[in-house]
Design a binder for this molecule. Structure first.
Ligand SMILES: [Ca+2]
Ligand SMILES: [Ca+2]
Ligand SMILES: [Ca+2]
Length: 305
C-alpha cells in the first residue's frame, strides 16, 4: 500500500487521541505530531520482531500467539507484501530463533513456522524452566530470581535481526517482570557476586550484558519502536513469581509503564506503547488485534524521537 505521509500522519494523529492507548505515557505522543508536508509516497515494507519472555508464567502468551499469529501475518502483508517476522526468546538469557526460512532462519514469513516455534519454546523451555540460550540440553529449574533478561533480548533485536532498510520496524515484547542491568547477574540468587549455590533455586552464571541506556540507544538508532505487554498492576501474593527477587515487587512495572531508576519507560523512549498483560491473560485484550493496530499506526510513520 502506498500512502502519502501527510495522509498517514493525520490518520495516526486521530488514532492516538486521549484514551486510545494504555500506560506507557502515550499521552505525550501526539504533542509534536503535526502532519508533515512531505507528500512522497511511502514504500515501506513491514518488519516485526517478537521478543518474548518464555519463563514459566508466560505460557499463555505463547499459546495465544500460536492461535492468533495467522491474523497478524495476514494483516501485515495487507499493509505491504512480503512482511518479515523475527522471534527472540528470553528468560535469564536469550536465543535468536533460527527456524524461519530466510536469513539463516532469523526471518519467518508465514504463520506455520512461527506456530511451530512458539510450541517448541513453550514445551521445552517454559514448561521446564530452561533458559532458551542454554539450548535443549540445558539445565531445568534454572531461574533463581524473578527478574527476566528482556534487556539483552531487546538489544539482540537491534543487532541480530536483519532489519530491512526500507522497513517500518516494530518490536512486540511480552514479559511479566522488570529486568536487571550490567554488571548484575541473573543467576546470582543472593547478590553476593558469586554463582556457586546449588540448593534450589540453583544459582548459575547468567550475566546481564547491557544497560538500559545502551539498549534504548540502539533501538532509537535503529528507529525501532517497542510495544510491550507487561503487568501494570501489582500481582496478588498467590500470583507472584515463586522465587526471590533482586528489586522490590513495586518495581515490576519499571521500564515498561513506569520509569526504571531515572530513565523513562522503554516504550516511551522509542515512541511505542505499553499494554496490560493481565488483560491479555484474562482474554479482555486481544494480542492479534492490538498488534495489528500498532503495526498499522506505525506504518510509514517514523518514530518521533
Ligand atoms: Ca518469570
Ligand atoms: Ca529470572
Ligand atoms: Ca550468589
Amino acid at each position: 500500500m502506498k500512502r502519502p505521509h501527510a495522509v498517514l500522519a493525520l490518520t495516526v494523529f486521530a488514532a492516538c487521541g486521549p484514551g486510545a492507548r494504555s500506560g506507557g505515557g502515550g499521552d505525550d505522543v501526539e504533542v509534536d505530531a503535526a502532519p508533515t508536508v512531505d507528500a512522497a509516497p511511502c514504500e515501506d515494507v513491514v518488519d516485526v520482531v517478537f521478543v518474548l519472555d518464555t519463563s514459566s508464567s508466560m505460557g499463555f502468551v505463547l499459546s495465544q500467539l500460536e492461535m492468533q499469529i495467522a491474523q497478524v501475518v495476514s494483516a501485515s502483508n495487507a499493509l505491504a507484501p512480503d512482511a518479515h517476522f523475527g522471534l527472540i526468546v528470553f528468560q535469564d538469557n536469550h536465543f535468536v530463533d533460527n527456524t524461519g526460512p530466510l536469513e539463516g532462519g532469523k526471518v519467518h514469513t508465514a504463520a506455520a513456522t512461527l506456530q511451530t516455534a512458539f510450541r517448541n519454546y513453550r514445551d521445552n523451555y517454559t514448561n521446564n524452566n530452561r533458559n532458551p540460550g542454554d539450548g535443549i540440553s540445558g539445565p531445568t529449574t534454572q531461574n533463581p530470581i524473578c527478574e527476566e533478561n528482556s534487556l539483552d533480548a531487546l538489544y539482540a533485536a537491534t543487532d541480530s535481526f536483519p532489519w530491512r532498510t526500507n522497513a517500518t520496524r516494530v518490536v512486540i515484547l511480552a514479559t511479566d517482570d522488570t529486568f536487571l542491568e550490567r554488571p548484575d547477574n541473573y543467576g546470582d540468587r543472593d547478590g553476593d557476586g558469586m554463582t556457586n549455590k546449588t540448593d534450589f533455586p540453583r544459582e548459575g552464571h547468567y550475566p546481564a550484558l547491557r544497560t538500559l541506556t545502551e539498549t534504548v540507544g540502539a533501538l532509537r538508532t535503529g528507529r525501532i519502536r517497542v510495544f510491550s505487554f507487561s503487568r501494570i498492576t501489582q500481582p496478588s501474593f498467590l500470583d507472584r513469581c515463586g522465587t526471590g527477587r533482586r528489586l522490590p515487587w513495586a518495581d515490576i512495572t519499571d521500564g515498561w509503564s513506569t520509569p526504571y531508576k531515572t530513565e523513562m519507560p522503554i516504550p516511551v523512549q522509542t515512541d511505542g506503547d505499553n499494554f496490560d498483560l493481565d488483560q491479555v491473560k484474562s482474554g479482555s485484550l486481544s494480542l492479534s488485534a492490538t498488534i495489528n493496530k500498532v503495526v498499522l499506526d506505525s506504518y510509514c510513520t517514523p518514530p518521533l524521537l
